[in-house]
Design a protein around this ligand. Sequence first.
Ligand code: NDP
Length: 346
Amino acid sequence: MPITDSFVLVTGASGFIASHIVRELLARGYRVRGSVRSLAKEKDFLHLRAMPFAERLELFEADLLQGGAFDDAARGCSHVIHTASPYVLDAKDPQKDLIEPAVQGTRGVLASCKKAGTVRRVVLTSSMAAITDEPESDHLLTEEDWNTKSTLERNPYYLSKTLAEKEGWKFLQEERAGFDLVVVNPFLVIGPSYSPGLNTSNQLFVDLLKGTYPGIMNLTWGFVDVRDVALAHVLGMETATAQGRYICAADTISMRDVVALLDSKGWGEGRKLPKLGLDCSVGDFAVKISSYLQPKGVGSYLRTHVGRVPRFSHAKIERELGLAFRKVEQSILDTVEDLKKWGHIA
Ligand code: NDP
């Protein structure tokens, strides 16, 4: 049973994660509003129109950088799930391309919610990037942790997520907004996509299978399935007692284990899975040196992640929202199957 007869707005509705949220909301009987950047780009949201119960979905046009852009979409909504934010590791102009849309967008969406006067809760998609940009093997990350290291030069996407989430909490503190805020902090989100576009996080598997990596690096990724992330947002919206931030991450897996998994299931045949072992101290050194030849965003990611194993607790989301995570190995296999379906890999 839906918890509201009013509308639920999902910003950035055509995106990888948001499409799953829209589908979950429609399936649960909600009346959904989705914002897209341009209503003229119909092919970007055809998949939303084709979803079961899409007769309960209305689309609005809204750009994060335009003041008041979300006023119409938020009017009459009881709940808003704000996912829209640029997700690219390598931006030409990080201030303009990442920070401004992320921060102004969050403020703009929350201002529209306040203006609407009907919104009871906003669920914000933040990221593990707002928790840390350089995991330390001897520190268990929890919702208490904040990324204090990212700059425009170093992991600027991480900075955009940190500043956007802080803007959200600041808005709530300073304005008598009349709604509460629940924040979901996912790690790398993988899984099947409803749209033909290739998400930045799923790109990782395309790169692995197409030989972009020179060898097996000492990288350990934290993953979470997009279907679990979507459910986390909906549970964050529906659970009356939900509060604060929620780390949303299933587990970690090393690049070596990902390669072994893909190989064992036949994905290596005829493709270019990395073979050369760079996951040793000499390899770490070589990767760090060669990272300076990479595009800036990729380079700083490598320097802050090579040789580091993220450790985190997802106890809060399991306990308070009742979320049970899918196994990372199955998510990886579902992802590559889906990438093949969409033609991203041969
Ligand atoms: P997508 O790129 O698929 O979705 C991002 C959405 O934001 C798109 O709908 C995009 O619209 C929209 N958007 C970007 N800039 C603007 C703008 N200026 N005005 C209006 N809309 C805009 O990525 P994801 O689904 O992966 O990301 C969704 C959210 O999840 C983001 O906040 C991201 O930071 C966060 N996240 C993602 C993770 C991941 O691994 N994928 C991990 C942790 C957090 P358009 O299609 O027009 O560009």
